[in-house]
Design a protein around this ligand. Structure first.
Ligand code: PLP
Length: 407
């Protein structure tokens, strides 16, 4: 592997060891959390927009081997939307939505999938596997199909029906695990080790963190190479959140930013183990998830303690939101910003409203809300505010219908 110039492994007992051989560090993923390091200087960050598309622009800060990128799907470069109506509705003049729903399979998981499949293509690895609450598996299934690889995905039996259909349609081998996501995660780790597959599991494969950190680089660039005051991020396993923090930390390490933003983590009221650990300053207690937001329904988060550390170090906070608030946020995003999000994908907007009410974010600050997953994969959660009117093919009927709509 190139680019990464070293790695540290943080073992379960909290001790850390540095490795200069990244391969050796990766072999430790069963015993600890691996973090990749690079040569940090201003030259590592692209100075201008160039020909290179998507997250590959940041390859000096990614574990990407030299040579052309072979992964075929376009990933990264998602829009940073300045939504005028939403800004007015929330009275936050400098609000942006980082819209990850525009990724190839409609979620931020496509960043990690791309980096791992690029690696698999370079190394001639045949099978890539993971556990997933839904979106990671769809992302891997579709990405593997595009890359000519085999995907084996482990999902909870209760996985959303439409996401399951997408995985199967893309030809993935899908195994539904009766005991839920936590058990699926452990089982997929064991199976990958036994069968020699590339383990794409979020958090334990350090590529996932590094791919997702590129969203911070893009936000910084899209804001004219400046850092916002706060970034609001949903948290399930906590990898998306920690990746955001790592991305901004690396910009500071490269000398192109002076500080990182406050990070506000958002969990579901029915599944908030990371928020609880942050609040009580105690170890993370696993919970049984009870939320419609499948993406953040993670009872034993892989990156939970790291997410707590990252939020604390950023001066940020956690909030929890009810399912009803997420559904409301789904609707608000659609109507006021034209962004179609699933509940977990809209959680951060619901979280922003909570954070504003609690004074954790101020209305005069520069705030970025991360929208992580598309409603197009979760249509069951779309509750239209109005019903359609049926008419005959007649202009008078159009006129009558329009006046009815106005009322
Ligand atoms: C739409 C969506 N949002 C947020 C998350 C949470 O990301 P993480 O597990 O990295 O915290 C997920 C994870 O699957 C997701 O699918």
């Amino acid at each position: 592997m190139s680019r990464a110039i070293g790695a540290s492994v943080v073992y379960e007992d909290g001790t850390t060891r540095r490795f200069s051989d990244v391969g050796a560090a990766l072999r430790e993923t069963d015993r600890g959390r691996v973090e990749l390091h690079y040569r940090y200087d201003a030259a590592a960050v692209p100075a201008t927009r160039d020909e290179t598309r998507g997250l590959w622009r940041y390859r000096a800060l990614l574990p990407v081997e030299p040579g052309p990128v072979r992964y075929p799907l376009p990933v990264g470069d998602t829009p940073l939307v300045a939504p005028p109506q939403l800004r007015r509705a929330l009275s936050v003049a400098n609000l942006w939505l980082k819209d990850e729903t525009r990724s190839p399979t409609g979620s931020n998981k496509d960043r990690a999938t791309a980096l791992i499949l690029q690696h698999a293509m370079n190394e001639g690895i045949d099978t890539v596997s993971c556990a997933s609450t839904g979106n990671v598996a769809v992302s891997l299934a579709v990405g593997a199909a595009a890359a000519g690889k085999r995907a084996v995905v482990f999902v909870p039996t209760g996985v959303a029906e439409f996401k399951l259909r997408l995985m199967l349609s893309a030809g993935a081998t899908v195994l539904k695990v009766r005991e839920g996501y936590g058990a699926a995660f452990r089982l997929s780790r064991q199976a990958a080790a036994l069968f020699g597959w590339c383990d794409r599991n979020t958090g334990v494969n350090p590529f996932t963190l590094d791919a997702k950190k590129t969203v911070a680089f893009e936000i910084w660039e899209q804001l004219g190479r400046t850092v916002p005051d706060a970034v609001v991020v949903p948290a399930g396993d906590g990898v998306t959140l920690s990746a955001m923090a790592k991305g901004f930390r690396e910009l500071v390490a490269c000398g192109v930013a002076r500080r990182i933003p406050r990070i506000v983590g958002v969990q579901a009221e029915g599944c908030q183990p990371i928020k609880r650990a942050w609040e009580t300053r105690s170890t993370l207690e696993p919970v049984r998830p009870a939320t419609i937001a499948d993406g953040i329904a993670v009872g034993t988060p892989v990156c939970g303690p790291v997410a707590v550390r990252d939020v604390r170090e950023s001066g940020g906070s956690f909030v929890a939101v009810a399912d009803a608030e997420m559904l409301e946020a789904v609707q608000v995003l659609a109507i006021r910003a034209g962004v179609l999000a699933e509940p977990a994908g809209a959680a951060a907007l619901a979280g922003l409203e909570r954070a504003l009410a609690a004074g954790l974010v101020r209305a005069n600050e520069h705030v970025v809300v991360l929208i992580t997953g598309s409603a197009l994969k979760a249509p069951q959660h779309l509750v239209p505010a109005l019903d359609a009117l049926e008419i005959g093919a007649d202009l008078h009927e159009v006129e009558r219908a329009l006046s009815a709509y106005v009322q």
